[in-house]
Design a protein around this ligand. Structure first.
Ligand code: RIB
Length: 284
């Protein structure tokens, strides 16, 4: 644990501008559907996870790269409004990352990401060893993730979006977090701790391939599931810091993830620690 009373988290990952259109049903390949007015919102898995950690009360720094453009300015302003330290975010030569997102009436989504400046991220000026947990995803260059796994023993890696990660990097992670599709690429028996999310059905914690805990989320009125997985990862990482038992960490994370679906946008309904606790408290 770092010096001082408060543990510190670093998030290494992407910052995007989310361009969102809502429609009744998601188009099939080759189909055109009509949608809502376009919304431009703060997003990117790295930014969402950093904002969610900060909202949960964790001292959080983001290591990222945005473009020297207006969308980069807006993304940094949104992060600062959530209390994230953005001094580790540098400006690249490419445009700020962009995500094209379509959300249907049930809150399901499809996303295409153009990485832009996120592809320029490196760890040259990032003292990741100084943090008590480092949370990362796969929207940045694979070399960044490989280097992180070498430099910290406290890497919580969200293997999203699904792409190949070398087994040695995965084995060096403190925890790997995957959704069901992403988990198909993993050998769970080779991982000390792997958490697999199942959307509205909850999540399972595996240790060396054996189930050690499961949790189901509370029922909420779902508006938009974009970013719910990011809030789950952030909430899980916050409980990694407090060394919660797997079952407690999982319950906290599925609850935080569910609460994040109650408004439009990946950063539109980030719960606080107290809100999650209230939902966890047994009804009297
Ligand atoms: O996980 C949700 C995020 O994925 C969106 O905010 C979008 O930017 C993509 O990175």
């Amino acid at each position: 644990m770092s010096d001082g009373a408060r543990p510190r988290a670093a998030v290494v990952g992407a910052v995007n501008t989310d361009l969102v259109v809502r429609c009744a049903t998601l188009p099939r390949p080759g189909e055109t559907v009509l949608g809502s007015d376009l919304e431009r919102l703060a997003g990117g898995k790295g930014a969402n996870q950093a904002a969610a950690l900060a909202r949960l009360g964790v001292d959080t720094s983001l290591v990222a790269c945005v473009g020297a453009d207006e969308w980069g300015d807006a993304a940094l302003a949104a992060l600062a409004s959530h209390g994230v330290d953005t001094s580790g975010v540098r400006r690249g030569t490419r445009a700020t990352g962009t995500a094209l997102i379509t959300v249907d009436a049930a809150g399901e989504n499809v996303i295409v990401v153009s990485r832009g400046a996120n592809a320029e991220l490196d760890l040259a000026r990032a003292a990741v060893e100084a943090f008590d947990v480092v949370l990362a995803q796969l929207e940045v260059a694979p070399e960044v993730v490989r280097a992180l796994a070498q430099r910290t023993n406290s890497l919580v890696l969200n293997v999203a979006p699904a792409c190949a990660v070398d087994p040695a990097t995965l084995r060096r992670c403190a925890v790997v977090i995957a959704n069901e599709l992403e988990a198909e690429r993993l050998d769970l028996r080779a991982l000390a701790h792997c958490v697999v999310t199942h959307g509205s059905r909850g999540a399972t914690h595996y240790a060396w391939g054996d189930v050690v805990a499961t949790a189901t989320p509370p029922a909420v009125d779902v508006v938009d599931t974009v970013g719910a997985g990011d809030v789950f990862c952030a909430a899980y990482a916050s409980r990694y810091l407090t060394r919660d038992e797997p079952a407690a960490a999982l319950r906290f994370a599925v609850t935080a993830g569910a609460l994040a679906t109650r408004a439009i946008g990946a950063q539109g309904a980030l719960p606080t620690y107290e809100e999650v606790r209230q939902w966890l408290a047994p009804a009297s």
